[in-house]
Ligand binder design. Structure first.
Ligand code: GRF
Length: 233
């Protein structure tokens, strides 16, 4: 039974494009993006959906929003909801009904540089203002509070001395396009799930949710050589 995926997006939809293309290429028969919905009827993401033959819907953002969103997801028999640049808070009723089956991608290493108002260029400006040397991407379960749900996967992205917010955003976005689809398929395969204690639980058979190269058994000499190379002996 193919996992039916819905994507909620507010913007141009590059993450939707990456997810739809990856699923078509690598998960035919196992997962399908069947719906894209946006709080903005003119969102580029809806054009991306149409180009992929995916149903595209403008969300009713009125007082009946929560019921309308729940009904839309039910009508399309959705199994997994992906927020890909969705700038609105998902109504608590929907989060509760979809707990463990709704995920978000954030362009920083949560819990740092996250929370209400932290989206788009604001995230990268804050990372640069803080002098962080590493930023990254987080894919996490969605709960009632912005960017607080259990982390499913993260991947580091280097910050360069001459970075502008736009340059950092582009480097981070490239990793989003790679990490989000793979994390979504891991969920569709059942390789990771939301455990009763609220944490993301990876099945032993799966790789870990941490950047594998960071976990390679590096002995102290190797590690010292890497740090020497980075910081100068
Ligand atoms: C991405 O940077 C994502 O991390 C953030 O919003 C942006 C969406 O971009 N939540 P796009 O619409 O997928 O191109």
């Amino acid at each position: 039974m193919s996992t039916r995926i819905a994507v909620l997006a507010s913007g141009r939809g590059s993450n939707l494009e990456a997810l739809a293309s990856h699923v078509e290429r690598r998960a035919a028969g196992m997962a399908t993006v069947v719906l894209a919905a946006s709080d903005r009827a003119d969102a580029g993401a809806l054009d991306v959906a149409r180009a992929h033959g995916i149903a595209a819907a403008a969300l009713d953002m009125g007082p009946d929003h929560a019921r309308a969103l729940g009904a839309l997801l039910a009508t399309h028999r959705i199994d997994l909801v992906v927020l890909a640049g969705y700038l609105r808070l998902v109504p608590p009723d929907v989060v509760r009904a979809w707990r463990g089956r709704i995920v978000n991608v954030h362009p920083a290493l949560l819990p740092a540089f996250g929370g209400p108002g932290m989206y788009g260029a604001r995230v990268h400006r804050a990372v640069l203002a803080a002098g962080a040397r590493v930023s990254g991407v987080t894919v996490h379960f969605v709960d009632e509070v912005y960017d607080r749900g259990a982390t499913i996967a993260q991947w580091p992205v280097p910050v360069r001395d001459d970075d502008t917010p736009a340059a950092l955003a582009a480097r981070v976005l490239r990793v989003e396009h790679l990490l989000l689809p793979r994390a979504v398929l891991a969920l569709a395969r059942g390789d990771v799930r939301l455990a009763d204690d609220g944490r993301a639980l990876w099945m032993p058979r799966a790789t870990t949710a941490t950047a594998a190269f960071l976990l390679r058994d590096t002995d102290d000499d190797d590690l010292a050589r890497s740090i020497d190379a980075a910081l100068g002996a």
